[in-house]
Design a protein around this ligand. Structure first.
Ligand code: NVA
Length: 321
């Protein structure tokens, strides 16, 4: 059984095939999900992930059903399953009617528990550790902007979190040069740095981790940031905003990158916090292209999982838990 919980373990060809397939489906309009149903379960708010993916499924001829999280998961954060019925029974029932589950959860463990017992593909719509569907849109945006074969240098300024983790896995698998700058208290653990370095070594890219933006900005063709306070961390807001003093992406920071550098952000963006309006609204900002590509890239993932189950030698790579 194939799931899409993270980009961990995907091979470059597999990643490129998903992106190729997304572009092809966008161009062809082929309705490969005719009469298929995707169940959306969201514990956290969403604009782009819900709407972009729902339009993607609709355009592929499929249908989306929204389940209240309390039907499948217990209410509240740091999920434990409801005592109403076991997760296995819930999912086995869902699989009688639906062809995939698209879930945004507080804890990655929730996804792995679902995937372990699910006969239908479970797709991660964001958890505290990964945001693979955002990464797919970002990889597609980078590929469209720079060309399929171009290896680029991307500098991420901000939090070592879900968006950055999935983006780095994807970029390093495709052989790009990834740089990160964030305060020590919100940076990568040593084992995560080793993991990124190993990916870089395997696929011909580079990984650099610093606490000083000025060390990793020169040569950057893309400057990327995410919110400093993620969903579920609101109680840490004051402390985290303190850590990130000096890490706002502004015109002066962009000026340290390549003259033609572009700006990217997964959104929601907090104007005047992690990025200035001047940068967010600048001609070099790709944020709306990223948002559009949330829809395009989702087509590749759902089509592959539902309509064309993975048949490569590395069949289990998609089932990374
Ligand atoms: N890191 C952010 C991403 C939002 C799309 C969060 O988890 O809230």
């Amino acid at each position: 059984m194939n799931h899409f919980l993270s980009l961990t373990g995907l091979l470059p060809d597999e990643l490129n095939n998903l992106l190729d397939s997304a572009t092809e489906l966008q161009q062809s309009g082929e309705q490969v999900l005719f009469n298929k149903h995707v169940l959306f379960v969201f514990e956290k708010p969403s604009l782009r992930t819900v709407l972009g993916t729902e339009v993607a499924v609709n355009q592929l001829g499929g249908h989306v059903i929204h389940a209240k999280p309390e039907i499948m998961l217990s209410p509240g954060k740091n999920v434990e399953y409801s005592s109403r019925e076991s997760v296995k029974d819930t999912i086995r029932n869902v699989s009688q009617w639906c062809d995939s589950i698209f879930a945004r959860v507080y804890s990655h463990k929730t996804l792995t528990e679902m995937a372990t017992v699910s006969p239908i593909p479970v797709v991660n719509a964001l958890c505290e550790t990964y945001h693979p569907m955002q990464a797919m849109a970002d990889l597609l945006t980078i590929r469209e902007y720079f060309g399929t074969d171009e290896k680029i240098a991307l500098t991420f300024i901000g939090d070592a979190n879900n968006v950055a983790r999935s983006l780095f896995e994807g970029l390093l698998t495709l052989g790009h040069d990834v740089r990160f700058a964030g305060p020590d208290s919100c940076s990568w653990k040593p084992e995560e740095i080793l993991y990124f370095e190993k990916l870089a070594l395997s696929y011909g890219g580079q990984f650099t981790c610093s606490s000083r933006p000025e060390e990793v900005l020169p040569g950057a063709q893309v400057v990327y940031t995410d919110t400093f306070v993620s969903m579920g961390e609101e109680h840490l807001a004051a402390e985290k905003l303190g850590f990130f003093h000096g890490y706002q992406v502004d015109a002066a920071m962009m000026a340290q990158a390549e003259p033609e550098a572009v700006f990217m952000h997964c959104q929601p963006a907090h104007r005047g916090v992690e990025v200035t309006s001047e940068v967010l609204d600048a001609p070099c900002s790709l944020v709306m292209k990223q948002a559009f590509n949330r829809m395009v890239s989702a087509k590749g993932v759902f089509a592959r999982l539902i309509a064309d189950p993975w048949k490569s030698q590395a069949e289990n790579q998609l089932a990374t838990l």
